[in-house]
Design a protein around this ligand. Structure first.
Ligand code: HEC
Length: 128
């Protein structure tokens, strides 16, 4: 068990340093289970929600093969991008930031969970 832990740390260390700076992608993969019923981050397919592959740095409501709600389209109409700052505003209370969004998720309240989740979204491969 201890060896396994050391090995997975080595994987994190070997991947990009931004993963280390912002959070732990492996812990973030566990947090992502809360999103996994509706989203994948490791493939392009949409589920109930759009694929989140490459979402950090992607413009809001920009996946052409996903039917966003009018609320999400309006929120992104001025060219907003899902950078870290915007994700940190959105994820603790999605319905509060984007009134009328179809994403029925109450929100992630823990900063640590957010750090780790964002590290995972930036680099899901680090957690595999
Ligand atoms: C119950 C299903 C559900 C859960 C759980 C869920 N989402 Fe969503 N998510 C959606 C739906 C549906 C949309 C599209 C919203 C719209 O069009 O209003 C969405 C949209 C998004 C978007 C905007 C994507 C874009 O292309 O603009 C992000 C970012 C996002 N979700 C992140 C997350 C994260 C991270 C989690 C877990 C912490 C999560 N979601 C949990 C259903 C869900």
């Amino acid at each position: 068990m201890k060896l396994l832990c050391l090995m997975s740390m080595a994987v994190v260390l070997a991947s990009t340093s931004s993963v280390l700076a912002d959070g732990d992608a492996i812990a973030g993969a566990v947090v992502f289970k809360k999103c996994g019923a509706c989203h994948t981050a490791t493939g392009p397919d949409n589920r109930v929600g759009p694929s989140l592959m490459g979402v950090v740095g992607r413009p809001v409501a920009s996946k052409p093969d996903y039917a966003y709600s009018p609320a999400m389209k309006a929120f992104g109409a001025d060219g907003k991008v899902w950078d870290e700052a915007l994700l940190r505003k959105y994820l603790p209370a999605p319905q509060f930031l984007v009134k009328g969004t179809r994403m029925s998720f109450p929100g992630l309240k823990s900063d640590r969970d957010l750090d780790n989740l964002i590290a995972y979204l930036k680099n899901p491969a680090a957690a595999q």
